[in-house]
Each structure stands twice: as structure tokens, then as C-alpha cells.
Ligand binder design. Structure first.
Ligand code: SF4
Ligand code: SF4
Length: 235
């Protein structure tokens, strides 16, 4: 999925300009990522998201790879973008429903989603080029949506057993080289975070596993809390 999900961006964001019904595919996708968010936070962003796949595959090698400005990561900005996005989307959906029952309805509704996807593709790609490959992911409304459902899942105790987080298997073997932190596309600091709890607890973590792959000591893993408990028991 990580390798080829970007094809979906071209299908919907560009193909949808000629065949607007393609935008309707985004409805089950939005529901699915919200559902997955309950159990595993922003897992979708790091592993299944077509835009994420596009940014990782094509934008990472050519990105200027600058530090994401702090205002772009601020809670105010995240909330503002989410509210504006949802407000705009719902307004356009309501407008499309004025022709409900007519032949053109499904095209109009699909086009609402196509245009949203198209705009995210343009803005996200510009961010990826001028800032860093995953800079858009800090404010992406779908990422925020997952964080919200994740919080709800935590509140309801739904994700304690299903949530995979970056976990340090043996902290004594960590070289404290910081390579995991340097490689993190979300600018998190795994090597400082797990020093406290043994896990990366940040809700901004997209579970991409890049830090795991970049660790020279091979002491990181994406694992569930239960797996960790089992490991400690067996040790
Ligand atoms: S890359 Fe591995 S060894 Fe280096 S600080 Fe991170 S966890 Fe420790
Ligand atoms: S901490 Fe690791 S898994 Fe989480 S976003 Fe950073 S690189 Fe990806």
C-alpha cells in the first residue's frame, strides 16, 4: 500500500475532474480512516494514505527538507484548518443536495470530494517541496479526524490492546545516537520520548516505522502494549 497508494491520488484528484463520480470513493475512505483511528491513531497516515505515499515516494527525494515552522504545528492552526475544512466541505455537500433526486446529483456530490482532494494534493505537494515531505500531515484535517476518534477510543478503552506504538525493546542497548529522531518525518523525538515510558506516546506519530528501520542498534519495534507486557514477563 505504501508503495502504490499514490496511484489513487491521480485517479481521484485528476481523473475526477473528468469523471466526478470518482470522488464518491472518498466517502467510504473517510469513514474507514475515522474507524481505524479509534484503534490505532494516525496509522492510516503512515501506512495507507495515498497522499502520504505520494509525499514519501516522489516528494521526499526533492524536498527542501526544512524544519516545519512551529506555527504550522500549533494546536490553534490544527483546529483552525480542521474547522475551515469541515465547514467548507459541509457547505458544499448541502449545496449538492439541492439537486437531490436529479440525474446530476451524484456527479455534483462526487465533484465536491474531487475538488477537496485536488486542493489537498496541490497544497500538500507545495508544502512537501518547500518545507518537508510530510509537513502537510501536521495539519491535515483527516489526520486530525483520526486523532479525535483515537482520543474517543482511548476514553472508551477500545484501543488498549490494538494500538501499535514505537517501543524500545532494550533501552540499555540504545546508542543514544538520535538517528531515529533525525529520520522521523513528523519531527518527533523518539529517543527522548521512550526514555520515560519505553514507548512513543505522541498522538502525532503516524506509525510509519521509519525510526524503527533507521535504528542501527535494532532496538525499536512497532508493538502493542500487550506484546510488550508478554516480552517483559518472558524476560
Ligand atoms: S536510532 Fe536506535 S540506537 Fe540511536 S537513539 Fe534511536 S533507538 Fe537509540
Ligand atoms: S516516531 Fe517513528 S513511527 Fe512515529 S512518526 Fe516518527 S518515524 Fe514514524
Amino acid at each position: 500500500m505504501k508503495k502504490y497508494a499514490w496511484l489513487f491520488v491521480f485517479l481521484v484528484a485528476f481523473g475526477g475532474l473528468w469523471y466526478p463520480k470518482l470522488g464518491l470513493l472518498l466517502i467510504p475512505i473517510m469513514l474507514l480512516l475515522g474507524f481505524l483511528g479509534f484503534f490505532s491513531g494516525k496509522y492510516w497516515c503512515g501506512n495507507l494514505c495515498p497522499h502520504g505515499s505520494l509525499f514519501d515516494r516522489f516528494m521526499l527525494p526533492i524536498s527542501r527538507s526544512k524544519k516545519v515552522p512551529s506555527f504550522l504545528k500549533s494546536r490553534t492552526m490544527v483546529v483552525l484548518v480542521f474547522i475551515l475544512f469541515m465547514f467548507g466541505l459541509s457547505q458544499r455537500i448541502i449545496k449538492a443536495f439541492t439537486v437531490f433526486g436529479e440525474v446530476s446529483f451524484w456527479d455534483k456530490l462526487g465533484f465536491v470530494f474531487v475538488m477537496n482532494y485536488f486542493m489537498v494534493t496541490i497544497v500538500g505537494t507545495l508544502f512537501a517541496f518547500f518545507i518537508s515531505s510530510r509537513s502537510w500531515c501536521n495539519i491535515c484535517p483527516m489526520g486530525t479526524f483520526q486523532v479525535l476518534t483515537y482520543k474517543l477510543g482511548k476514553l472508551m478503552g477500545l484501543n488498549a490492546g490494538s494500538d501499535k506504538k514505537v517501543t524500545v525493546c532494550s533501552i540499555d542497548e540504545c546508542l543514544v545516537c538520535g538517528k531515529c529522531t533525525k529520520a522521523c518525518p513528523m519531527e518527533l523525538v523518539p529517543h527522548l520520548e521512550f526514555a520515560e515510558s519505553g514507548r512513543v506516546e505522541s498522538e502525532a506519530c503516524i506509525r510509519c516505522g521509519v525510526c524503527v528501520e533507521s535504528c542501527p542498534a535494532d532496538v525499536l519495534a512497532l508493538s502493542k502494549l500487550n506484546d510488550r507486557r508478554e516480552q517483559s514477563v518472558s524476560l
